[in-house]
Design a protein around this ligand. Structure first.
Ligand code: GLU
Length: 283
């Protein structure tokens, strides 16, 4: 079963990351995000999600897949790093700003919405995808709109815009349960411990299309927000922002962006929005 495999992979990744922490990283200069990018055997550390099928997934065999992974790989190449020079690091929703501030990673491509609040702490390149907050519910659920969630048990992830929006706007009286990753929420939806999971439709579509969930869940299709995905970099690193923006523009122009969309969203039948214009946020 895929969920078990994802969980096992996440557990293995945790062991790996603990080991890496215990060893103190590879250069100990508190800016271990990258080498020089000259292709001389140096590596670049990139933050992604490990448990979001279609976006950022560490597969059971250790391979990484998803739209964010493809975008990150393309961008890294433009920065001078071949795929075998990339070291992917798990950056959960609540850890992203700190991971950048500490210099754990050079950049983050992890369903990371550009927001004014986050821009106080990190800089963003992009946007490179426009998604929308939605609900994932059981196929036989009678929830049809955001306010139906008031009084219901709802799962989302700590440090996400999705959790914030529920409390501020969508359904302040929902019984919000926050976990550290969406795969935990999906397990709770399947068991009936919660009535709905909320986050970006891009993420929910990826889970719903997983073999073990086929026919069990549906997206409500509500477009509750605009989520402009950006690539996060350390605050003040404008040189990297400029390079990443140039890479993203090239990725759209040479159609690699379309290929990444088809490869990763096609299986989930996720109807994505057209490629956003760099620097233009849809509010
Ligand atoms: N895009 C939203 C965010 O950045 C939700 C997905 C996530 O938690 O990564 O908060």
């Amino acid at each position: 079963m895929k969920l078990r495999k994802v969980s096992a992979a996440a557990a293995a990744a945790l062991v790996l990351s603990l080991t890496a922490t215990a060893c103190g990283g590879d250069d100990g200069d508190n800016d271990s995000g990258s080498g020089s990018g000259t292709g001389g055997g140096e590596t670049i550390k990139i933050g992604i999600k490990y448990d979001q099928p279609g976006l950022g997934l560490k597969e059971p065999g250790g391979k990484f897949s998803g739209f964010d992974v493809d975008v990150a790989t393309y961008v890294a190449k433009e920065l001078g790093y071949e795929p075998d020079q990339i070291e992917f690091v798990e950056t959960k929703s609540a850890d992203r700003e700190n991971a950048l501030a500490r210099g754990d990673v050079k950049f983050i491509a992890a369903t990371y919405s550009i927001t004014d609040e986050r821009k106080q702490k990190v800089d963003f390149a992009g946007p490179y995808l426009l998604a929308h907050q939605d609900l994932l519910i059981k196929t036989d659920s009678d929830i049809t709109k955001g306010t139906d969630l008031n009084g219901k048990k709802l799962c989302s992830v700590t440090g996400s815009t999705s959790a914030q929006n529920v409390q501020k706007e969508i359904a302040p009286k929902a019984q919000l349960q926050e976990y550290s990753s969406y795969s935990e929420c999906i397990a709770n939806l399947q068991s009936g411990a919660v009535d709905a999971v909320t986050t970006d439709d891009s993420i929910l579509a990826g889970f719903a299309a997983q073999e073990q969930y086929k026919g069990q869940f549906k997206l409500a299709g509500l477009k509750l927000s605009n989520e402009n995905y950006g690539i996060g970099v350390k605050k003040g690193d404008t040189a990297t922002v400029d390079k990443i923006n140039a890479a993203l523009e090239k990725m759209v122009a040479d159609k690699a962006w379309d290929k990444a969309v088809a490869d990763n969203f096609g299986p989930a039948n996720y109807q994505n929005e057209a490629a956003p214009k760099i620097g233009v946020i849809v509010s």
